[in-house]
Design a protein around this ligand. Structure first.
Ligand code: TPP
Ligand code: MG
Length: 382
C-alpha cells in the first residue's frame, strides 16, 4: 500500500485491492480462486440478484419519501450498498442468524421481514418491529458495534449445541473503532466461533471519512485478531456472494470466524437527518456513482443475452407493487399506548422503573386536565 493508493480524502479506491468478479463496466473477470464458489450462478440467478437489488432500492426510496412526508421519524438509506447486502444475505441459510445495525434493510428483505415490520421502529411505534426468531434476524442495533458481540455469543452457542449454523454480524467502517467490535473479534477468534464479521466500508461514519478511522484497509486488521480477512468489491454482488460463501463454509466446518470488508459507498445521506453536502464533494459522488452495483450487473446481463428491457419492465412493476405495499403498511401500524414504553425494559419489575412510570403517568394526566379545562372554557363561550 502506498500513499498514492489513496485519493485526496484518504480513501482507498483502487479496484485491484479487492476481489472483483464484475467490473464497473459490467465485464466478467475470471478469478480462479473465487469463480468455483459461484459456479452455480447462471444468468437466471444473476437476474434474481438484480431483482432483489432493484426492489430494495425502490423500497429505500419510498421509505425516504415517507420520512420526508412526516410518516416516519427517521430513515437511514441504504442506496449504494445493495450488492453488499444482497450478495451476503443470499449466501445464508434459514437457520443462520444475522445481527445488523440500522441500515440493513436489504438483509431484512432477504430474511422475509414484511413492510410493516420493517417500518415500525422508524415510525416510532414500537421498540422493535419483528420477532427475531421468525426471521433469523435480530432487530436493528443502534448502539454502534454492539451486535458484533451478540453475533459472537450466538455463534458460540450454536457451536456448543453441535449445529453447523453460523451467524453474521453486519457493521460499518466506523464501528471497527468501537470496543465492542474488537472484543467480539477477540472472543470469536479465541473460541473459533462460527461467525462472519461483515463490515460494509461505505467510506463514511456520518461525516468522518474511513481514512481517519484506519491507516490501512480494514480487512488487514483481521490478521491481528488471528482470522482471515477478505477485501471484496462491495458493489459487485457476485464477488460478495463468493466471499460470504467462503466465510460461511469455513464457519460451518469449524474453521472459525472470518472478517469481510465490503468496499462500497453510501450514495445518500447518513440518515434523513443528515446533509452530506456539508462534508463531501460532488466529484466523489460522481466517481462512486460510476461504480453503481445495479448498473454493472444489468450491463453484464445484457452481454449474456438476457432481454434487458423485459427484465426491467417486470422488475419495475414488481418494485412498484412492493413500494405501494410499503406505503400502505405505514397506516396499518397501530399507535402505541404511551405507558407501554415501560413494557419489556426489564424482565422483572424494579423500583427505579416504577418511579419513572408513576412520574410519566402524572405528566400525561396533566394533559387530560388541560384538555378538560380547554373544553370547559370552549363550552362557556358558546
Ligand atoms: C456507541 C455509539 N456511539 C455513537 C453513536 C452515534 N452514531 C450513529 S451512526 C454513527 C456512525 C457509524 O458509522 P459506520 O459504523 O461507518 O456505519 P454507517 O452509518 O456508515 O453504516 C455514529 C457515530 C451510536 N449510535 N452508538
Ligand atoms: Mg460507514
Amino acid at each position: 500500500m502506498t500513499p498514492s493508493d489513496r485519493d485526496a480524502t484518504g480513501l482507498l479506491t483502487k479496484p485491484d485491492h479487492f476481489v472483483q468478479l464484475i467490473t464497473p463496466a459490467g465485464e466478467r473477470r475470471a478469478d480462479a480462486e473465487h469463480d468455483p464458489w459461484v459456479a452455480d450462478v447462471d444468468a437466471a440467478a444473476l437476474g434474481r440478484l438484480y431483482r432483489d437489488m432493484a426492489i430494495v432500492r425502490r423500497l429505500d426510496a419510498e421509505a425516504t419519501a415517507l420520512q420526508r412526508q412526516g410518516e416516519l421519524g427517521l430513515w437511514p438509506p441504504l442506496a449504494g450498498q445493495e450488492a453488499a447486502q444482497i450478495g451476503s444475505a443470499r449466501a445464508l441459510r434459514d437457520d443462520d442468524f444475522v445481527f445488523t445495525s440500522y441500515r440493513e434493510h436489504a438483509v431484512a428483505w432477504c430474511r422475509g421481514v414484511g413492510p410493516a415490520e420493517l417500518l415500525t421502529v422508524w415510525r416510532g411505534s414500537a421498540s422493535s418491529g419483528w420477532n427475531p426468531y421468525e426471521h433469523g434476524m435480530a432487530v436493528p442495533q443502534i448502539i454502534i458495534g454492539a451486535q458484533a458481540l451478540h453475533a459472537t455469543g450466538w455463534a458460540m452457542g450454536a457451536a456448543w449445541e453441535g449445529t453447523d449454523a453460523a451467524s453474521v454480524a453486519y457493521f460499518g467502517d466506523g464501528a471497527t473503532s468501537e470496543g465492542d467490535v474488537n472484543e467480539a473479534l477477540v472472543f470469536a477468534a479465541s473460541f473459533d466461533a462460527p461467525v462472519v464479521f461483515f463490515c460494509q466500508n461505505n467510506q463514511w461514519a456520518i461525516s468522518e471519512p474511513v481514512g481517519l478511522q484506519s491507516k490501512q484497509p480494514l480487512a488487514r486488521r483481521a490478521d491481528g485478531f488471528g482470522m482471515p480477512g477478505i477485501r471484496v468489491d462491495g458493489n459487485d454482488v457476485l464477488a460478495v456472494l463468493a466471499a460470504t460463501r467462503i466465510a460461511l463454509d469455513r464457519a460451518r466446518r469449524g474453521g472459525g470466524p472470518t472478517f469481510i470488508e465490503a468496499v462500497t459507498y453510501r450514495l445518500g445521506p447518513h440518515t434523513t437527518a443528515d446533509d452530506p453536502k456539508r462534508y463531501r464533494t460532488d466529484d466523489e459522488l460522481t466517481e462512486w456513482g460510476a461504480r453503481d452495483p445495479l448498473t454493472r450487473l444489468l450491463a453484464l446481463l445484457g452481454t449474456m443475452g438476457v432481454d434487458i428491457e423485459g427484465l426491467e419492465r417486470d422488475i419495475a412493476d414488481e418494485a412498484g407493487r412492493a413500494a405501494a405495499e410499503l406505503r400502505a403498511a405505514v397506516t396499518t401500524i397501530p399507535d402505541p399506548e404511551p405507558m407501554t414504553v415501560f413494557d419489556h425494559v426489564y424482565a422483572e419489575p424494579n423500583t427505579h422503573l416504577a418511579r419513572q412510570r408513576d412520574h410519566y403517568a402524572r405528566y400525561l394526566a396533566m394533559f387530560d386536565e388541560t384538555d378538560a379545562a380547554a373544553s370547559g372554557a370552549a363550552g362557556g363561550a358558546r
